[in-house]
Design a protein around this ligand. Structure first.
Ligand code: UD1
Ligand code: UDP
Length: 383
């Protein structure tokens, strides 16, 4: 191709940054691309942790985060800020990732400015408008606006076809989360919190942050965790608490004074991946963690009633247990005591790709634009 493709990536939260990083790093090594990195900083500290680990310096930073931010205000700040940047940069394509408010609002700003949109991690669905909220509609609306779909699995491709998106523009690539894991996990890893674990004890890694779990569901789960560790003297829990004030409050209130629960700050991704690799199993309502665990051979108890990642359930790694206190306790005790169940879940095969998703995504983009250039005599790259 004659000129490098100007590919603008836009992201704002921790998970988007972790999964966009492999694409950005790869573009920086490839002269066919001119990468422009834009962060909304919907998350400030948790985003900066990821940028630091992957040594990514954004070209533009909208710095939109406010304490306890509301979705309407966040939406307005991103659309307005991004519109100015798009008109300055004039990218060939903008890549957005996943299902956050940054994802959807960045896609909306691109649409208003008639810039092609590539959606990385497209096609995940629960088909339930309010679960997860607002992520299900964020990803559906992003897919309505997008031009290119980088679907992590065949199932996500089928979801997109069901919505009549053009098959020619859907590419099955695997999930870039698996690419990121290859950079982070080390066998000789050490961390202070691991030194606090009594030798021989079982270790559970816990994360919880979803908006629909705030309040009573979260309290129920934390109560269950508290009761299980108090009734079993060989179990400890490491819980890096999300910075959302609504999560911090409940975590401190219910688990703050429980001896065998280690509440820590959000971990950087290197620490998190390594602690996940060293844990016995994981309890989470996170999306990204559900994708990473099968690659690390770790069973996951999913603290939700449904998931847009059913591949992990089918593979056997994930078990949906919801947030009812007694169900959570029962599932924890079963996994702690039933070695057959544990082995079955731990040995399941990773369904989220071969760790080369970023390479496939960039090759698909390049090929598409080369074809356009061939047919249009380099006149106009827009779709
Ligand atoms: C957001 C996404 C959710 C994603 C999650 C990943 C939306 C609406 N939600 O949820 O889809 O799964 O990120 O973690 O897009 N905060 C800080 N520092 C940080 C990050 C957050 O102080 O680095 C606090 C702020 O007070 C902020 C609040 O957490 O207002 C909530 O952040 P927000 O991005 O609105 O929602 P999350 O629950 O993090
Ligand atoms: N993660 C991290 N530090 C933590 C907890 C999670 O780096 O303390 C990583 C995790 O490995 C995964 C991503 O953050 O890659 C998931 O982010 P989160 O759970 O915040 O969002 P979701 O995936 O639910 O949108």
């Amino acid at each position: 191709m004659s000129k490098p493709l100007k590919v603008m990536t836009v992201f704002g939260t921790r998970p988007e940054a972790i999964k966009m990083a492999p694409i950005i790093l790869r573009m920086h090594e490839d002269k066919n691309f001119e990468p422009i990195t834009v962060v909304t900083a919907q998350h400030r500290e948790m985003l900066d942790q990821v940028l630091k680990i992957f040594k990514i310096t954004p070209d533009y930073d909208l710095n939109v985060m406010k304490p306890n931010q509301k979705l309407d205000e966040l939406t307005a700040r991103v659309v307005t800020g991004l519109t100015t940047i798009i008109s300055q940069v004039n990218p060939d394509i903008v890549l957005v990732h996943g299902d956050t408010t940054t994802t959807f609002t960045a896609a909306l700003a691109c649409f208003y400015n008639q810039v092609p949109i590539g959606h990385v991690e497209a096609g995940l669905r629960t088909w339930d408008k309010y679960s997860p909220f607002p992520e299900e509609m964020n990803r559906q609306m992003t897919d309505v606006l997008a031009d290119f779909y980088f679907a992590p699995t065949e199932l996500s491709k089928r979801n997109l076809l069901r919505e009549h998106h053009a098959a020619t523009n859907i590419f099955v690539t695997g999930n870039t989360a698996i690419d990121a894991l290859q950079e982070t996990v080390k066998t000789d890893y050490k961390h202070d919190v691991l030194n606090q674990i009594k030798p021989g004890n079982r270790v559970i890694l816990l994360t919880m942050h979803r908006r629909e779990n705030l309040g009573q569901p979260m309290t129920n789960v934390f109560q269950a965790v508290k009761e299980v560790v108090e009734q079993h003297n060989n179990v400890e829990v490491i819980y890096p608490v999300h910075l959302s004030p609504n999560v911090q409050k409940v975590a401190q209130r219910v688990l703050g004074h429980v001896d065998c629960v280690h509440l820590v700050e959000p971990l950087d991704v290197l620490d998190f991946h390594n602690l996940a690799a060293k844990s016995d199993f994981i309890m989470t309502d996170s999306g990204g963690v559900q994708e990473e665990a099968p690659s690390l051979n770790k069973p996951v108890l999913v603290l939700r009633d449904e998931t847009e990642r059913p591949e992990g359930v089918t593979a056997g790694t994930l078990k949906l247990i919801g947030t009812d206190k007694n169900n959570v306790k029962k599932a924890m005790i079963e996994l702690l005591t039933n070695t057959d169940l544990y082995s079955r879940m731990a040995e399941a095969k990773n369904p989220y790709g071969d760790g080369h998703a970023a390479k496939y995504i960039l090759s698909d983009i390049r090929q598409y634009f080369s074809e356009i250039e061939k047919h249009s005599g380099n006149a106009e790259r827009k779709i």
